[in-house]
Structures are given as structure tokens and as C-alpha cells.
Design a protein around this ligand. Structure first.
Ligand code: ATP
Length: 300
């Protein structure tokens, strides 16, 4: 078992880094037997999913009391809806995902999934319902097959291959000399940022969660790869309720709802079109990113 070979001190460091960065939270929870700060009540029932709707209701949150990170934040992701959150660095976007996954409990308000407060249900059932495509994917020093299968170890070979296909990484894998047996990770083949994200997407597909969280990479992907990844995510998002933490507005123009955050508050929300028409903060961010894009695509 993997657990037996990873020193606990190392796990502690990884846990802290991952907790901060919203990397492979799912994986870390499985590696660690428990998270000290969060516990189930002894009689907590499993989460009952009916529509997979998510509601943040007057959420108030701080990591340290002297610095409030989220102020009275409310929004709903209806069943099957795609909601994107944008805002400057440090606005509190990734914190939303950490709270949804119950890395931390809210200090005020509540987070509901299908009308159940996530603090009242078992962590196991909560996390089973949520798939995460993190910014930075943790790869095991093992075959690429194992790395994808990790999303649901009981999955069949055909399901794993299908997940890789939906994530648009199957062709790449089968072009490698060792195919599915290719060892990846620190001591194996180094995958590019885009390839790693595709492994994460395949894992998430395999897990078959009802709710998906995409934490868009901040910088590691070139814009062509980024658009291709966004396209893949759009394809799989069609079947889930999704929360996308976006850094590039061009990847979320089709979202059902866009939430613009600033210093832990929702300052605007709407669709790409209505937000552009409103001519506020989102419209200014859009114009800036368009200008930057034009400049970087000019011939030297
Ligand atoms: P980015 O776009 O740069 O990823 P973000 O909007 O996702 O930023 P968050 O990661 O949610 O921002 O962080 C919001 C604020 O909370 C930041 O000021 C950050 O420094 C702070 N913060 C995040 N994690 C912790 C933590 N574990 N302890 C203390 N403060 C934290």
C-alpha cells in the first residue's frame, strides 16, 4: 500500500502545501487517514444527492480571525449549471473550493448541497460527490495507467481507456513506446502542464462525481493548450454542476453564471454578455486581457 511507503513528516508537508494551493485535495485526503481540524459528528448521515445543487449562503470565513477572507457571500450553482468565479489574485476564489471540499468549516453562514449543510454529512460522502481538477496535479512514480486509474481504482480497463479518451490523452499515451505502462512522475517521464491536467481530467471523469471543481492553472499552459483544455472541460462539464475558478476570461465566456470577486466580496455577477454590457469591473478585466492577448500574439 502506498501509505506505508510515505513518511508521515513528508505527508504533513505535502498536506500543508496542497491545502494552500488547492492541488490534489482528493488524493491527500485518501493518503491521510484524517484531517485534524474537521471531524464528522458520530451520527452524521451520508450526503443524499438528488439534484446536485450547491448553495453558498451568507458565507463568512477567515483563516485567522484578524483577516476576514470571505464576507457574506451567497450564490447558487443549480443542477447542471456552470458557474465561474473570477477576480484578482487573493480575492478568495480558491478558498471557495477549499470550503466546498470541507478543508475548513465556514465561520458564518452555511454551504448546502441539495439542501444539506455539508457540516452535517460524512466527509467521505461529501468528497465522493465532488471531483476536482486541480491547478497542479500530483503524479505518482508509477505507470500512467495507475495514475489515471487512481480516480476510481475499481474501474475496468475499458473505463480507464474511455476516461483517457474523453480527456483527450489516450492518443498521446498510446503513442509512447511503453504505452500505458510508461512510468511518469519525478523518476519517470515528465509530463507537460497540459498533459498533467489531462491526467487530472481523466481521473475526475473516472470518479464520476456529480459536482466538478476546475481550478484553472494560473500560468503553466500556453494559450493554445489552455483553450484545448478549456474545450475538454466544457465537454465534460455538460453533465455536471461545475464551479470553475478562472484566471483567463476567454475560457469561461459560455458559463451560465460568472461571479466577480474582489477582496472576498461578490461585486458583480451575470453572464459574459450582461457583464460586458454593464461596463464594470468584469468588462475592464476583459478589455485588459484582450489587449494583452493582442500584444503577445503580434509578430516580433
Ligand atoms: P489566486 O488567483 O492567486 O489563486 P485566490 O483568489 O484563489 O487567488 P485564495 O487562494 O482564495 O485567493 O486566497 C485568498 C486569501 O486568503 C489570500 O490573501 C491568501 O493569502 C489567504 N490565504 C489562503 N490560504 C491561506 C491559509 N491557509 N492561511 C492563511 N491565509 C490564507
Amino acid at each position: 500500500m502506498l501509505q506505508l511507503f510515505i513518511p508521515l513528516g513528508f505527508l504533513g508537508i505535502v498536506y500543508r502545501q496542497i491545502k494552500y494551493a488547492l492541488a490534489d485535495m482528493d488524493l491527500v485526503f485518501k493518503l491521510l487517514a484524517q484531517v485534524p481540524e474537521i471531524s464528522d459528528t458520530p451520527t452524521a448521515p451520508a450526503l443524499q444527492l438528488t439534484h446536485s445543487s450547491v448553495r453558498f449562503e451568507h458565507v463568512h470565513f477567515y483563516y485567522q480571525p484578524e483577516r476576514v477572507i470571505l464576507h457574506d457571500l451567497s450564490f447558487t450553482i443549480a443542477d447542471g449549471e456552470r458557474v465561474a468565479v473570477v477576480g484578482h489574485s487573493g480575492a478568495g476564489k480558491s478558498t471557495l473550493a477549499r470550503l466546498l471540499f470541507r478543508f475548513y468549516d465556514v465561520n458564518g453562514g452555511q454551504i448546502l448541497i441539495d439542501n444539506q449543510d455539508i457540516r452535517s454529512v460524512t466527509q467521505h460522502s461529501l468528497r465522493a460527490a465532488i471531483g476536482i481538477v486541480p491547478q497542479d496535479t500530483v503524479l505518482f512514480n508509477d505507470s500512467i495507467f495507475y495514475n489515471i486509474a487512481y480516480g476510481r481504482p475499481a474501474a475496468s480497463r475499458a473505463e480507464i481507456e474511455h476516461a483517457a479518451e474523453l480527456a483527450h490523452i489516450r492518443e498521446f499515451i498510446e503513442s509512447l513506446p511503453q504505452h500505458w505502462n510508461t512510468v511518469v512522475g519525478e523518476r519517470g517521464l515528465k509530463l507537460s502542464g497540459g498533459e498533467k491536467q489531462r491526467v487530472a481530467i481523466a481521473r475526475a471523469i473516472l470518479k464520476q462525481p456529480r459536482i466538478l471543481v476546475f481550478d484553472e492553472a494560473t500560468s503553466s499552459l500556453d494559450s493554445k493548450t489552455e483553450q484545448a483544455i478549456a474545450q475538454t472541460l466544457n465537454e465534460i462539464a455538460a453533465h455536471h454542476s461545475t464551479l470553475t475558478i478562472a484566471h483567463r476570461l476567454s475560457t469561461i465566456i459560455d458559463a451560465d453564471q460568472i461571479i466577480v470577486m474582489e477582496q472576498g466580496r461578490m461585486i458583480e455577477h451575470g453572464t459574459h454578455r450582461t457583464l460586458l454590457d454593464a461596463g464594470g469591473c468584469y468588462a475592464a478585466m476583459w478589455e485588459l486581457q484582450q489587449r494583452e492577448h493582442e500584444q503577445t500574439s503580434l509578430p516580433a
